[in-house]
Design a protein. Sequence first.
Lengths: 203, 238
Amino acid sequence: MSWLRRREVCIALYVIPALIILINHFTGQLSAAQSEVILWASILATFAIFLGVINMFQHHITVLTRKRPRWPYSIILLAAFISTFIFNYTYPTGYDFIINNLLSSLQMALLAYVGFYSYTLFFRASGTKNPHVLMLLIAMLLGLFYNLPMRDAIWTGWAPIGTWVKDVPNTGGMNALLIGVALGTITLFIRTILGYEESYLGG
Amino acid sequence: MIDRARRGIEVPKVRKLAALQALREVVGRAAEQNKSIHISTGIGGLSDEWAPMTIAAMAIFRRVTEYAGEFGVPIKYYCIRAHMIPAMEDMIQSGYVKGGRPEMYSSEMIEFVGDGQQRAYMAAVMGYLSRERPAANIMLGAGFYETYIVLGAGAVAGCLQIAGTPRLYYQGTIVALSDYPLIGQELYAAAAEITGNPPDLGSLAGQDYSIIICLILMIVTALLATAGTTLWSKLLAW
């Protein structure tokens, strides 16, 4: 079975489904094959989750057995995983309680970090000597004043300046970036289907 | 262009990206400080629309793991896509082997946090950055709003940061919060440049010619639209 580990076989397993999807996108002639490929991908991805669960258990059981620092957190994680898994199949009310009252609240709390780190970004940017970041900072300030509810009470000039920044340099810059990114993606895809790019295979 | 470069007819010279030149220095600095480095391939995997970004990130991390092996620096990778585990395990292990320190590799370097669970990922990485204070935080690939949080936590922890994503919404964030940003298509360019293979460099030249063609088309279209003809808009609609 060593031929299965040959790089050419692995590259072919990536390239052939990619070509089927690409050809179908432009011609519509391989829709049955495309559906089949997507179905196989879904099945493989589902089985891949087992790999993740094994990795998680291995890691936390090692932490527990070797009494690594912060080992009690591993007990909490494993207990949370097992109880959520069991409740999902045996006690839906308990599962809903975990999702709605514990998980959602914790996730909302994490979301709040975006606000805090936006200020980190602002302060870090304000201390730089890089001219590009200075431009970013000026654009951020213009955007800030443009979106203020009381902007017209401060100065009526914010609205036309903000609209111009948004519609002209911002749209132009974003479109230019988008074209570059699209061409970069196509180039990478060409390298991949020709077999030059194989980093997705690992080492 | 790829074929011409492969045959050695014309191997293009490419501009050196600061982030790539800094990679060795960043890993070396981690070795001097006796600290680890954190790497992230973003939220995307290899089976979604973000796959090209993940592949580009992996091409760069292949070199990072080799440097880590050479300098004896531990790596930490939090995994958000289960199918990435074997690929990254193989990459990190091979990197240590190529770098001459195969004994340094440990399966604990890769930690799964839940498939597609962005908040769990953020919590795990923030905790790691604030506890361990690694020397460097390298975030490449498809970045979503965790880019703010992870780069913010890295900045607070004093990490030297390299970040790059082609996703448009986060260009400002990576420019402001990282020491060596890779903006827009630079991530793809870096993935080709880091190998130094002529076909990869040739593909970059081909990409540049495509950009020139796009620019010419844009100018011609703008001029024709100003003149009042709808020929180009009909062609482009096709």
